[in-house]
Design a protein around this ligand. Structure first.
Ligand code: CP
Ligand code: NVA
Length: 317
């Protein structure tokens, strides 16, 4: 099968060749197209139905930071679609010895059908995408984690049957995961509230983009205010990759912003708890909540696979 067959309708063609470096650059309709295909591919994978939408295609995966979920879900995902993934440690590439991002992008475009990159600076991902002739997918930077946001909204829609009108409360460090989730929520009609200490608020640019997308974004320093009426409670680690030297300070500053059973009770008993993982029990989330009846964390982790398969099937030629 050389095209995406039954999915080859309307807007689907428009996504071929597109990069996914920021949620901000994709319209609500384009994001929903990924979610719809993700639901379908999840069902097919679970039923062991054939869905080799990308036969013979290759995905290069550049990692400058560690990963469990992103690495495994992308590699397994491209394989299940009929293609193959190559793990490329940034330190083993000539990139690590000073070859430019531009030259790397041009050369890799001659071999591969798409590139996934996890690195520090968002500008490096944008530069890679600007110089590649194949789609570039952002697998996390210091300022964003768009593939995580896809799996997050997929999980929310799966649990509630809709997105519009739901309220998402984010607790803790207003980091990369928070920024992408906030913009995705705004684009898809959800209300977003973050509870963080003042100096850990989400980046102003992400807040501006979310508000310009029409989203209601509330920034508070009070976890109880944020979770009041919330359908989704979300948190992430307090010390992100690259911030290890700040760990002790962060533990002090963020104490009181973790999700525990008492805070979950402040939201509705229908509320779900999400965490992008990895988790640090007793810091941003307690173990009982992570494994508790309201946790959708494991489905969320699984949905990385389905959401990214849909993304790849839509953008890779
Ligand atoms: N959530 C997430 O991106 O996990 P990894 O760091 O394991 O890829
Ligand atoms: N905010 C975390 C997410 C890890 C998936 C980090 O950047 O390390």
């Amino acid at each position: 099968m050389s095209s995406i067959g039954q999915y080859d309708r309307g807007l689907v063609r428009d996504l071929k060749g597109r990069s996914f470096t920021r949620v901000a650059d994709w319209s609500p309709q384009e994001l929903l197209q990924v979610l719809d295909l993700a639901d379908d591919l999840k069902r097919k994978q679970q039923a062991r139905e054939e869905h080799r939408l990308l036969p013979g295609r290759t995905l290069g995966m550049i990692f400058q930071k560690p990963s469990t979920r992103t690495r495994v879900s992308f590699e397994v995902g491209i394989y299940q679609l009929g293609g193959a993934g190559l793990y490329l440690s940034a330190g083993d590439l000539q990139l690590g010895r000073g070859e430019t991002i531009k030259d790397t992008a041009i050369v890799l475009s001659r071999y591969l059908d798409a590139i996934m990159i996890r690195t520090f600076a968002q500008t490096d991902v944008e530069e890679l995408a600007a110089n590649a002739s194949i789609p570039v997918i952002n697998g996390l930077t210091d300022s964003s984690h768009p593939c995580q946001a896809l799996a997050d909204v997929m999980t929310i829609r799966e649990r509630f049957g809709r997105l519009e009108g739901l309220k998402v409360a984010y607790l803790g460090d207003g980091n990369n995961v928070c920024a992408s989730l906030m913009v995705a929520c705004a684009k898809l009609g959800m209300d977003f509230a973050s509870a963080t200490p003042a100096s850990y608020r989400p980046a102003e640019e992400a807040v501006r983009i979310a508000r310009e997308a029409g989203g209601s974004v509330e920034l508070t320093d009070d976890p109880r205010t944020a979770v009041a009426g919330a359908d989704v409670l979300y948190t992430d680690v307090w010390t992100s990759m690259g911030q290890d030297a700040e760990r002790e300070e962060r533990l002090r500053d963020l104490a009181g912003y973790g999700i525990d059973a008492d805070l979950v009770r402040q939201a509705s008993d229908k509320a779900i708890v999400l965490h992008c993982l990895p988790a640090h029990y007793g810091e941003e989330i307690t173990e009982d909540v992570l494994y508790g009846p309201q946790s959708a964390v494991w489905d969320e982790a699984e949905n990385r696979l389905h959401a990214q398969k849909a993304l790849m099937a839509l953008v890779i030629r």
